[in-house]
Design a protein around this ligand. Structure first.
Ligand SMILES: [Zn+2]
Length: 169
């Protein structure tokens, strides 16, 4: 397993509120933040009322987000299958240093498709990492933010399109 993958692995959303242990079930809203001061960014999830009481304060200057536990997942419509392939491609690539630009472009694509949601940006030694959440499963995927020229972007997009096409054949 690539080293980076381990370093930045973040547990998916906990099943319960960090403070009162209320189960966060389908359809519940909750608040989360990433504590980036720990060696490995640590995720904190709160139910709505604990967030108001204490969570907000704990989050301090860390970026936080509000989200809703996924409802039962419906069957994937054909229009979304390509996005699902892109997601598994991104997961395979997480941590492979040579493919950072491709990861970044895949993440942008998936965010546009609302499969991923950008939750947090954290500066690390090697640059800025964006933490995307897989909306359906609450998994977090760290992606290094890359400066791309429009030329790189077009080339990489074509390369990714080819990889996605290859997977179906
Ligand atoms: Zn709570």
């Amino acid at each position: 397993m690539p080293l980076m993958n381990r370093t930045f692995e973040i547990p998916r959303r906990s099943v319960e509120c960090k403070l009162c242990a209320l189960k966060l079930t389908a359809g519940d809203y909750y608040y989360s933040f990433l504590d980036s001061l720990t060696a490995v960014p640590e995720r904190h999830d709160f139910c709505m009322s604990c967030w108001e009481k204490e969570g907000k304060e704990r989050a301090g200057s860390h970026g936080f987000w509000k989200a809703r536990s996924a409802m039962k997942s419906p069957p994937v419509p054909p229009s979304k299958r390509k996005a699902m392939r892109a997601l598994s491609l991104l997961k395979e690539y997480t941590g492979a240093p040579l493919c950072e630009a491709e990861q970044f472009i895949l993440a942008l694509y998936l965010a546009r498709k609302k499969v991923l949601a950008l939750r947090s940006e954290i500066s690390a030694e090697r640059g800025i990492y964006q933490y995307y959440e897989v909306v359906e499963t609450s998994e977090m995927i760290p992606v290094k933010a890359i400066e791309l020229s429009s030329l790189d972007f077009t080339n990489l997009q074509a390369a990714i399109a080819k990889k996605l096409a290859d997977e179906t054949s």
